[in-house]
Design a protein around this ligand. Sequence first.
Ligand SMILES: *Cc1c(COP(=O)(O)O)cnc(C)c1O
Length: 487
Amino acid sequence: MDAAPVDPAETRRLRDSLLRLLPALERFTESPPPDAIAAYRPGTVPSEPDALPVAGVGLERMIDELCIAVDNGCRISAPGFLGYITTGSTTAGALAQVANSVAGGQRYLLHAFNALEWTGLRWLAELCRLPEGVAGVFTSGGSTANLLALGAARQGAYERHGVDVATDGLPAGLPGRIYASAQAHRTIHRAAAVLGLGRDAVQPIPADRLGRVDVAALDQALRRDVAAGLVPVATVAVAGTTDTGAVDPIDQVVEVARDHGSWVHVDGAYGLVARATPDTNSLFAGTDAADSWIVDPHKWLATGLGVGVAFVRDGALLTRAFTEGHAAYLEGSFVDEGPFESQFDALAGPWSDQSVELSAPPRGVLVWAVLREIGQAGVRARVERDLGYAKELADRVRAHDRLELLCEPQLSIVCFRYRPAVEVEDIDLVNMRILERLRRETPFVPSSTVVDGAFALRACFINPHTTADVVAGLCDAVVRLGREVTG
Ligand SMILES: *Cc1c(COP(=O)(O)O)cnc(C)c1O
């Protein structure tokens, strides 16, 4: 018998291979290990981790090792995981991912997955109630989406000064500024760095007790800088801050920014999906008057990671900011006009000129899959359930002597801490110990932040697998561990 070819490049064993992998995936979703790292030690995956293999081990053995990786996988989908703003996948997203990797190819060209890219963009804009006709582009997440939106803002701001920044670079003597609440996500600063404005170009505007931008201070900063000849590139309204879930008063931000000729960007990576429920209507007033928006389907929609979107009112501006320019290797083989008769007749989407990625998977299929499965009603139910969990946790914290609410929740994030019965030197340290023990010893895994200088336990409810008992369980565990830590 001939030896197996070194590079079989076969695709016929997908069914058998998936069947081999499935028990591990089922084990993982049904009963994730209590603490994955306890099981995972170097060498658990039976290959030599340091060595690039000269001879391959073949598909079967690779799958066996993949199963071990699954057994030791990342547990952000576990019901008690409430950290950061990140969430695991559901069947719809996972399935779409598999289909994508086999048949999705590129988001370009003319095929079903390319069509779903368009559908995903359109449905998301509608779900978040953005104005009709906005241009959208899928990205790897909120970081790149913020970069794209602010890139469009920068292009527009300097064009008004007669400068095409994308072609000629930033002009000397015309520094630009971005205005954002001190609570804004750090990817705004990174985008400013990448765009050549510099991190320090982001002016931190103070926030109120709820974490919302102080509009009077924003007005002052804009007035001062515009008078000094600085270019107001963009004003960011955060629709759901990462620390506390605060929503800036977007309508007021729009009004002030417009007065000073500034673009308005809404960072709704986390929060914009909350527009699926009318309960939040008043929070988001003014959203549709902005110039750009981002939203992360890989957060509340739980598509699985790697899916963000930038929406811009003026798509032509996005193109001028990010065009790759004509490339013979790309457009050379396309026909200018239909009727198209082959998948390969046209690029069929402008995204290679509206983002920092050329090759990209059709991420829209993940969004399509989730929204097709559960519809607007499903998203609304999820959002309302999560807002309810946050409210219930806040109520429990308020009602308990030993717990202290550090910020009134506006969306689905609750920041609180344990307040010891006895005098302690460092209440932050007590809460750090509690957090450490929560994640090591219990199924409840919040993360942390700092609110008004106080170390906070921070629970973010967007995980679709979280159940009602998690709320009470988390409270009880914090109180019990607090007693042990201080006792
Ligand atoms: C998560 C988040 C981001 C960054 O998004 P990634 O998908 O993690 O890159 C930006 N802004 C806000 C408000 C976020 O919550």
